[in-house]
Design a protein around this ligand. Structure first.
Ligand code: CO
Length: 208
């Protein structure tokens, strides 16, 4: 890819948008009112809007390595606060993906420098679910299951926040766990029973 082409592509994109709607950028500039906060992986193959078939303005997006919501990560916590309290989103999606390099790295014995503390959060997910994961003999199946369990645990981290607990109480905000299957392109809903998970974790994490 020639980096200079990006500006030519951008010109073309502006033209295409204006042909469809001459007021497109005027409307965009008037503000955002997204319904969804999407928390996904930074992986270049897993684009947020494109795989959901939505447009700019529809989702507030946060991406990092392995779609993590670490409890003390100021960036993720600020995104959740802004999306829930100020933008008033009604859905928070944590979307993982099979064959995630971050999850793979956390399954291996390797010193990866500054990545160590980040990936340790995924190792914690493995430890919490080690009985189930160690039952799985097939390495690929174990890898895929850890991707799913990581999504589930990051949903729980979302639920631990005061902002989400208040929004659930006041307007039934919902948290969803999804996985994008890079092999087929399909999105899979893990169908996390949000109410049950919420009740389970609230016994310990209720702060509102
Ligand atoms: Co990934």
């Amino acid at each position: 890819m020639n980096i200079d082409n990006i500006f030519a592509n951008n010109q073309q994109w502006v033209q295409n948008r204006l042909e469809l709607d001459p007021n497109y950028f005027k409307s965009l500039s008037q503000g955002q009112n997204p319904e969804i906060l999407y928390i996904g992986c930074a992986d270049s193959r897993v684009s947020a809007e494109e795989l959901m078939g939505i447009s700019p303005g529809d989702a507030f997006v946060h991406r990092n390595i392995a779609n993590m919501v670490p409890n003390s990560d100021l960036s993720a916590m600020s995104v959740i606060d802004y999306a829930v309290v100020h933008l008033k989103v009604n859905h928070i999606v944590v979307c993982g993906h099979y064959y995630c390099g971050g999850v793979k790295a956390a399954m291996q014995q390797a010193d990866l420098g500054i990545l160590n503390p980040w990936l340790r959060n995924i190792r914690d997910v493995f430890r919490i679910h080690k009985d189930e994961l160690n039952e799985i003999e097939d390495e690929e199946a174990k890898y895929k299951r850890l991707v799913e369990l990581n999504v589930q645990e990051q949903c729980i981290n979302v639920i631990k926040t005061a902002e989400v607990q208040s929004a659930y109480r006041d307007r039934q905000l919902t948290v969803h766990g999804w996985v994008f299957d890079i092999h087929s392109g399909h999105l899979k809903d893990l169908k996390i029973n949000f109410k049950k998970v919420l009740e389970d974790v609230m016994e310990i994490y209720r702060i509102v």
